[in-house]
Design a protein around this ligand. Structure first.
Ligand SMILES: [Zn+2]
Length: 285
C-alpha cells in the first residue's frame, strides 16, 4: 500500500511553468562574492561591479572600451584579421567550428579589439581583450593585432594601453601562438627605447602566455581588485614545488604586496587613474 495517496487533482497552474521562467529569467543576479540578490540592470549600470560589496565581475571587451575611452572618439583597427587555423586542429570540436561560433556570438573576429581613440582628451592606442572568445586566448591574430597596435603607437608617438583578460596562449595554434610572446615582447622593447608610455591593465583572469609577455611589461602594471593573475595554475605549482601555497596567492592584492604590480585600482577609478598616469609620463623629461 502506498504511504500517501493524492486524492484531489493538483492545483492548476495559472500559467505554464516555461512561460513563468521566461519572464523572470536573468533579471536578478546572485553576487558570487557577497551572495546578495541584485537587479541585473544595477550591475550593468555600474560597469559590472557589485554595488553592495564592490566585487568586480568580468567586463566585455567592447564595454571596456566604452568605459575607458571618450564617447565617439575611438575607431577600431585591424577588425578583419582572422585566424587561418594553421594546424587544422581538432580536439573535442574542430578549431574552425570554435572560431566560427565565437565570431558569431560576439561579433568580433578574434579575442581582442584594437583601437585608436581618446582617454580624457589624451590620444591613446587602446587594446581590450575578450575572455568570451575562446578564453581570451592569444593566437596569431591576437599577437599580430597587439604588435600592430604597438607599431602604431610607436609611429604616432601615442601612449599604449592594453587591458588583458586571458587564459594564455591558444593551444589550438600550437607553436604559432607561442611565437607571439617573443614577437610582442620585441615590439614593446622598441616602444620602450622610443620612450612612448605603455600602461598594462590586468583584469580577471590574466594568466599563461599573456602574463608571460605583454601584460607584465608595462611601464605601469595595474590590476583590478581581486583579479586572478598568474602563469601556471595553483594546482600545478603545488604539485611541482610540493608545498601548500599561501592564502590569496595569485590575486592582484597578493601580487601588489609582493612587488609584481604597481597598483590595484577600482574599476570606477580606472579611467582617471590612467589619465593622471599618462600626464605624469608625458610631463617627465
Ligand atoms: Zn556583492
Amino acid at each position: 500500500m502506498a504511504w500517501f495517496k493524492r486524492e484531489k487533482k493538483p492545483i492548476e497552474n495559472p500559467t505554464p511553468v516555461d512561460e513563468r521562467r521566461v519572464r523572470t529569467e536573468g533579471l536578478w543576479i546572485k553576487c558570487s562574492s557577497c551572495r546578495a540578490i541584485i537587479w541585473k540592470k544595477d550591475i550593468e549600470a555600474n560597469w559590472e561591479v557589485c554595488p553592495k560589496c564592490d566585487h568586480h565581475f568580468r567586463l566585455g571587451a567592447r564595454r571596456r572600451l566604452d568605459m575607458l575611452l571618450d564617447e565617439e572618439t575611438w575607431t577600431e583597427r585591424d577588425a578583419d584579421l582572422a585566424s587561418s587555423d594553421p594546424l587544422q586542429f581538432t580536439d573535442t570540436k574542430r578549431y574552425a567550428t570554435r572560431l566560427h561560433e565565437a565570431q558569431k556570438k560576439l561579433g568580433m573576429k578574434d579575442a581582442i579589439l584594437t583601437t585608436e581613440g581618446q582617454l580624457n582628451g589624451r590620444a591613446v592606442i587602446c587594446c581590450s581583450m575578450e575572455f568570451g572568445f575562446i578564453g581570451g586566448s592569444m593566437g596569431a591574430v591576437v599577437g599580430e593585432k597587439v604588435a600592430r597596435a604597438i607599431e602604431r603607437s610607436l609611429a604616432q608617438k601615442q601612449a599604449l594601453v592594453i587591458v588583458s583578460c586571458s587564459g594564455g596562449a591558444r593551444m589550438m595554434e600550437g607553436a604559432v601562438s607561442l611565437v607571439q610572446l617573443a614577437k610582442v615582447s620585441a615590439a614593446l622593447a622598441r616602444l620602450d627605447e622610443a620612450r612612448v608610455p605603455y600602461i598594462s591593465v590586468l583584469t580577471d583572469p590574466t594568466t599563461g602566455g599573456v602574463t608571460a609577455s605583454f601584460a607584465m611589461l608595462g611601464d605601469l602594471n595595474i590590476a583590478e581588485p581581486g583579479a586572478l593573475i598568474g602563469f601556471a595554475g595553483p594546482r600545478v605549482i603545488e604539485q611541482t614545488i610540493r608545498q601548500k601555497l599561501p592564502e590569496g596567492f595569485q590575486t592582484a592584492e597578493f601580487l601588489l604586496e609582493h612587488g609584481f604590480l604597481d597598483a590595484v585600482v577600482s574599476r570606477k577609478d580606472l579611467k582617471s587613474y590612467i589619465s593622471r598616469a599618462l600626464d605624469f609620463f608625458l610631463q617627465s623629461p
